[in-house]
Design a protein around this ligand. Structure first.
Ligand SMILES: *Cc1c(COP(=O)(O)O)cnc(C)c1O
Length: 378
């Protein structure tokens, strides 16, 4: 083993570093928080509305409706479109479980499809093949930071007359051509969980849409189905899924830095691309029309578990997104479902390397050198 020669010093490389990000915006946060405290308005209100306008503008959508978390954003979109029992919703098997939960929680049946072997994103051809007369919607998940092929997906859903919904929880600010995540489908769901590219200091989420009726319906549904004019009239069945003003204040401050943080993430990815031993590990492909915002730096290797444990011993934290595809998870295993070979193979080969805006080139080089030292040519 040449590990000792190639990696003489142990450099601790965390998976992510939220504290460094917070430090960058700390003084602005202190001011923003004080404003919320002084306003006495802690749920909804002008600070939340301001963030909603900023988020809609950022995404290139006409409206944004903030909600309590990303899972709710998807669930509310489905409910607002009257999708439920008896309907099928097509979604990729390779996604975070929340996408599938949202479908099941509204009473609809998830129809998992396989992913593109290069990008590991929902495959438009598989979507076309999975459509049935009961299909009500397709959820395009922009996983790892890269938007799904929305051009091909829009063609499929428009032809079939079904709704195209975006799960942008890992793709804040990502592009497909000139369009941003959350501006292509009928609506897009976002999460502001702390570890996402735009993260609150707790749970948070938002929906983007350019459909005025849908936006109004969502605004009512997230607040107990209240009608616009009278808070004691509840026309639709709603729920409580609102964003706190403290979270909105944090998000507004951080949104001003998001593009710079995305650029930094992209430059870390570029370093990985240049320095990874590519005969042994490959970054998941980025298609030219869908540049990634690198929520995660996912590589594939046939020696995934060796790589993960070797990196851990060298002080490098990694993750796996995701070791079990959704169609093989407990709540969905019972569904009649053909094997999905691409997603199932990917689940055994994917490894998420450290990725955060403040990651240094020294840290990237250390991760790459450690990988070269621990993996053996096969
Ligand atoms: C994080 C995430 C969600 C859910 O967001 P929460 O805010 O945790 O509810 C949904 N889909 C994807 C792809 C995610 O990564």
């Amino acid at each position: 083993m040449t590990a000792d020669i190639q990696a003489p010093t142990t450099l601790r490389v965390p998976f992510s570093d939220l504290a460094a990000q917070t430090t960058e915006v700390r003084s602005k946060l202190d001011i923003a928080w004080t404003q919320v405290v002084d306003s006495g308005r802690f749920v909804g209100g002008s600070i939340v509305e301001r963030f909603e306008q900023e988020w809609a503008a950022y995404c290139g959508a006409r409206w944004s409706v903030s909600v309590a978390n990303g899972t709710d954003s998807l669930q509310l979109i489905l409910r607002a479109l009257d999708i439920g029992r008896g309907d099928e919703v097509v979604l990729p098997a390779n996604t975070f479980i929340a996408t599938a939960e949202a479908v099941a929680l509204v009473g609809a049946t998830p129809r998992f499809v396989d992913v593109d072997p290069r990008t590991l994103l929902i495959d438009p051809e598989q979507v076309a093949a999975a459509l049935t007369p009961r299909t009500a919607a397709v959820i395009a998940v922009h996983l790892y930071g890269q938007m799904a092929d929305m051009t091909a997906l829009s063609a499929v859903t428009e032809r079939a007359g079904v709704a195209l919904i975006e799960d942008g929880a890992q793709a804040h600010g990502a592009h497909c051509g000139s369009r941003r995540a959350g501006s292509v489908g009928i609506a897009g769901g976002f999460s502001f969980y702390p570890g996402k590219n735009l993260g609150a200091f707790g749970d948070g989420g938002a929906i983007t849409t350019s459909d005025e009726t849908l936006a109004a319906r969502l605004r009512s549904m997230r607040d107990h189905g209240r009608s616009d004019g009278d808070r004691h009239v509840h026309d639709t069945l709603g729920t409580n899924s609102r964003l706190d003003a403290l979270q909105a204040a944090v998000l507004s401050v951080k949104l001003a830095h998001l593009d710079a943080w995305t650029d930094a993430r992209r430059s870390v990815a570029q370093d990985y691309r240049e320095q990874l031993p590519e005969n042994l590990v490959q970054l998941v492909e980025e298609a030219p029309s869908t540049p990634s915002v690198y929520h995660l730096a996912v590589v594939r290797t046939t020696q995934r578990d060796v790589a993960a444990s070797g990196l851990a011993r060298a002080g490098v934290e990694t993750g796996v997104h995701y070791p079990i595809p959704c169609h093989l998870q407990g709540p969905f295993r019972g569904n009649a479902q053909a094997p999905l070979p691409v997603a199932e193979l990917a689940a055994r080969e994917v490894l998420s390397l450290p990725m955060f805006p403040n990651m240094t080139s020294r840290q990237v080089a250390y991760v790459c050198q450690t990988l070269s030292a621990i993996l053996t040519p096969v």
